[in-house]
Design a protein around this ligand. Sequence first.
Ligand code: NI
Length: 184
Amino acid sequence: MILPVVAFGDPVLKRVADDIAPNTDVKALVANMFETMYAANGVGLAAPQIGQSIRLFVIDSTLMQEEGEEGKGYKLAFINPEILEETGELWGYEEGCLSIPGIRAQVQRRPVIKIKYFNENWEPQEMTFDGMNARVIQHEYDHIEGKLFIDYITQLRKQLLKGKLSDISKGKVDVSYRMKFPVK
Ligand code: NI
């Protein structure tokens, strides 16, 4: 089932999400999140973006690899994840977000992360990711911490984007996927 993607301005995007009780069946939710993400041509989607303030996100970076990015892509669900370390020298990349359509900005992140999490079968995992895989995970992890990629940009740039962001909250945006707008 395709779910509406919550737009910028909804308080759920600013909330630190709650842990999911162990062994909760999240399989249907995970499937819906993948379906929603694919319908919107995204490479990652976090539960707050579908209005649920819980610590869960999905990624499919195999889609990016097909567009010529180096390395291996992953299709994974992360439940109650915890980033254990982020290492390497900061590197910048223009990020976007399904909740903030039409806006992109350079975000500096570290290239290597070690993360522990549960998969959708509640099996504990510990993995190291780098490059774009790490970046997508860091972006989605930020979502469950109530943080958006535009929180990294300068106040000046944010000021310049104010009108555009306000339009997104009101639904004054041209977008090809279903969204839910906080301001009517
Ligand atoms: Ni995002």
